[in-house]
Design a binder for this molecule. Structure first.
Ligand code: C5P
Length: 220
């Protein structure tokens, strides 16, 4: 049988992760946080003493191809070490964005992402879930929110984790990251042709979840 997939793409800190987790929970589906794969690749790159730059594309792609990665109870393990917090910093996000612009790195992570598609279904969040990884998905959502909203949410999230930052620097970071993600030549951040757009600036999480579940019903 066809394994159903719901794609949720959008810019940094638009709430994709929260929405995708909730929708997956409601439907009893698996969840793919594709950004975490690029984040871990960025971390592994640094730990090898490499810069996340085109000059090291082949080495970084080789790392991505053989990442000793596990997902256990919502934690991300690299070589058995819990790196869940280490990959969530803004610096790690920026490194992720840099390695993710390298075509060989994206190719190296392709098969791994597709393997997440298992019964009874998958909710996948990222930048290119609907355009590149699961183009045949029946529901694609492109989630947006204003830059001010996104900076504020990310600020709260980091503060709650005890990581200190300022709103201004966060907003500058996320706008820089979006600009890079949108302008790269491979798999740029953009809505799939058949994506449904959802601006959640004025919506609660519950309202966004409900909208996606309604759209999902319509595709059945
Ligand atoms: O979603 P998250 O902020 O964790 O992603 C970190 C970075 O990984 C993004 O800024 C983007 O550059 C990259 N990414 C990507 N394709 C995806 C998911 C994330 O290029 N599907």
């Amino acid at each position: 049988p066809e394994v159903p997939v719901i794609c949720i793409d959008g810019p940094t800190a638009s709430g994709k992760g929260t929405l995708a987790v909730e929708v997956a929970h409601e439907l009893g589906y698996h969840y793919l946080d594709s950004g975490s794969l690029y984040r871990v690749t960025g971390l592994a790159t640094r730990r090898k003493g490499l810069e996340p730059e085109p000059a090291y594309e082949a080495e970084i792609a080789a790392l991505a191809e053989t990442l000793p990665l596990q997902f256990v109870k919502g934690k991300v393990l690299l070589d058995g070490e819990d790196v869940s917090d280490a990959i969530r910093t803004e610096a790690a996000g920026m490194d992720a964005s840099r390695v993710s612009a390298l075509p060989a790195v994206r190719a190296a992570l392709l098969a791994l992402q597709k393997r997440f598609r298992r019964l009874p279904g998958l909710v996948a969040d990222g930048r290119d879930m609907g355009t590149v990884i699961f183009p045949e998905a029946r529901l694609k959502v492109f989630l947006t929110a204003s830059a001010a909203q996104r900076a504020e949410r990310r600020h709260k999230q980091l503060i709650s984790k005890g990581i200190s930052t300022t709103l201004d620097s966060l907003r500058a970071d996320l706008e820089a990251r979006d600009a890079r993600d949108s302008s790269r030549s491979v798999a740029p951040l953009k809505p799939a042709q058949d994506a449904r757009r959802l601006d959640n600036s004025q919506l609660s999480i519950a309202q966004s979840v409900e909208q996606v579940l309604n759209w999902w019903q319509e595709t059945q």
